[in-house]
Design a protein around this ligand. Structure first.
Ligand code: IMP
Length: 199
């Protein structure tokens, strides 16, 4: 019996863990490659004013320069009392060295005494297959805590408590976080779509 070769799909990241996670969800019908795998080592300048724009810049770069189907993600923390900041600037909110501790200190200082501490993490994915572009979004709503809690995860996890939970993201296992997180939701939507088109 002849087997269909897997469809190659580039994930515009150098993070091998992110790639392995999506590969596990997609199964053998797809072969997911990282930027490192395809020899893409140039700096892709993410200078769009929105998460969607940055995801699009990364995905289009791969399609235009490497001629391969691709998807890219971009995530930000959007705080209501800060008019959606840090948003697209989440990684470098307190400076260009991308220091998560300094980023959390800045958010906590800006929210000191704030009555409204509601916030959401939002992940935008841009998927380009056969020249067709699709935007997918995953959101996780919650509250900014008044102090850090927990030591797992990364970024703003210690100060973000998802709605319906009594723990911060940093007090959850990776599996618990993935089940409810912005990125988990966006990736599962994309995987459902990819499985459908590969049938
Ligand atoms: P990226 O687009 O995934 O690189 O995320 C940009 C920035 O948003 C990161 O550097 C973190 O500061 C923050 N961030 C993204 N995802 C998460 C998360 O799941 N937890 C906490 N912070 C996050």
């Amino acid at each position: 019996m002849e087997t269909t070769p897997p469809l190659t799909l580039v994930f515009a990241t150098h993070n091998a863990n992110k790639v392995a996670e999506v590969q596990a969800l997609l199964g053998p019908r797809y072969a997911v490659k990282s930027l490192t795998d395809i020899g893409c080592h140039e700096d892709i300048v993410e200078d769009a004013p929105t998460l969607e724009g940055n995801a699009r810049i990364k995905a289009r770069h791969v399609v235009e320069h490497y001629g391969m189907d691709c998807f890219a993600d971009d995530t930000g923390l959007e705080i209501a009392a800060l008019a959606g900041a840090p948003g697209v600037l989440s990684a470098r909110y307190a400076g260009s060295d991308k220091d998560p501790e300094a980023n959390m200190d800045r958010v906590l200082a800006e929210l000191a005494g704030a009555a409204d501490r509601s916030a959401q993490f939002r992940t935008a994915i841009c998927l380009i297959q056969a020249g067709e572009e699709r935007l997918i979004e995953g959101v996780c709503t919650g509250q900014i805590l008044s102090a850090r809690s927990g030591a797992q995860g990364f970024g703003y996890d210690p100060i973000f408590q998802p709605d319906g939970e009594q723990r911060s993201f940093a007090e959850m296992t990776t599996a618990e976080k993935n089940a409810i997180s912005h990125r988990g939701r966006a990736v599962r939507q994309m995987v459902a779509h990819l499985k459908e088109v590969a049938e």
